[in-house]
Design a protein around this ligand. Structure first.
Ligand SMILES: [Zn+2]
Length: 226
């Protein structure tokens, strides 16, 4: 039988933990910045919407004004996702990559620490301790590694719901900005949809569906009030 000799340098446990911590130190501010950018943008939109659309309508016609409004609304998606993507790119240098198979193990740090093996190819990659088989490691532990993102993206359905509830109790809340209620559904749908596709983590499905429902309610409101 072949002995377990490695042609690559193994990580130390401290090194794996440090990489994970350094990544979060970049990604969490990125997410926070994305959320703040959206709220800043909403404030900006409320402020410039009326005069901007009025002059666009006067200069180029109501059709262009409507298209402009639509474009302004769609801008929230890149505005939210860009800081996150930039943060992810910046955090790449702290990535935990399997030295044997090059698998990206960033979302599997607790599992790697527990098993000391790469979760993809099974090579021992962390020094010391007892090597455990990856497959005996509970799945919920693995899923826990990225739980913070799952909760993070609930912010849009929650804010959207508050929006809708405020309409029900006070229908005139968004009289000057009828698009507001659907915007949160729009960001929620795009960000959770993006996360869902990227991670294939089914737990995003619920916030994705909640956002889609909110988007539909927001659209309906816009249609009825417009
Ligand atoms: Zn590997």
């Amino acid at each position: 039988m072949q002995s377990v000799s490695c042609e690559f340098n193994m990580f130390t446990e401290a090194e794996v933990k440090k990489r994970s911590k350094d990544r979060l130190r970049i990604i969490i501010p990125g997410l926070t910045f994305g959320v703040m950018a959206i709220f800043g943008y909403f404030g900006f939109l409320v402020w410039v919407k009326e005069p901007l659309l009025k002059s666009a309508s006067a200069l180029l016609g109501p059709m262009v004004s409507n298209v402009l409004l639509f474009v302004l609304m769609l801008l929230v998606i890149p505005l939210f996702l860009t800081p996150i993507l930039i943060a992810e790119r910046l955090a790449r240098k702290h990535s935990l990559i399997c030295p044997n198979c090059n698998a990206d193990l960033n979302l599997l740090v607790p599992r790697v620490l527990k098993t000391r093996c790469c979760s993809k190819c099974g090579s021992p990659i962390v020094e010391g301790g007892r090597v455990r088989q990856s497959n005996v490691y509970d799945r919920w532990r693995m899923l826990r590694a990225r739980h913070f993102l799952v909760y993070w993206f609930w912010i849009w359905p929650i804010v959207g719901t508050i929006c809708i509830l405020s309409i029900w109790t006070m229908p005139s809340t968004f009289q000057n900005f009828l698009q507001m209620p659907m915007l949160f559904g729009l960001i929620g749908t795009s960000s959770t949809g993006w996360a869902l596709i990227r991670t294939r983590d089914k737990r995003y499905l619920l916030s994705f569906l909640a956002s889609t429902v909110l988007l539909a309610i927001g659209l309906k409101y816009f249609w009825e009030m417009h």
